[in-house]
Design a protein around this ligand. Sequence first.
Ligand code: AMP
Ligand code: ZN
Length: 131
Amino acid sequence: MCIFCEIIKGNIPSKKVYEDDKVLAILDISQITKGHTLVLPKKHFDNFLDIDEEYSNAVFNAARKVTKMINNAYKPLGFNIINNCGETAGQSVMHFHVHVVPRYNKEDLVMQHADNSNKFDLDSIVKDIKG
Ligand code: AMP
Ligand code: ZN
């Protein structure tokens, strides 16, 4: 059972902020900040590697609209638009979704990362990725 598919079917309650034929946007049950919203395709895709172009376009277009709606409501100082792809990257619900997180100050969401900038040869990485 996929919890987001159940929400889309209406079998589990949610707080809808936006809906169209392909997309549903709901408040995250665990608000990182006030207005934190999840934007989901109404068709199930596991993650960003899996989603097709049609639904990916629909989700990101809706995420842009939702960001503007939250901006009008709360006038935050910024936003993070986040997708966690895969368990290692922090994905806990395996139905593709984009987080729209309004930011009111620099401390309300801390994203840490290693600084590996000296370790890698950028030209060889470009070759690896482009194939
Ligand atoms: P992620 O960790 O990127 O997969 O994000 C999953 C998000 O779904 C988390 O931020 C959860 O708080 C949220 N979530 C889980 N269950 C529900 C639910 N029933 N309604 C709304 N949000 C949920
Ligand atoms: Zn699903």
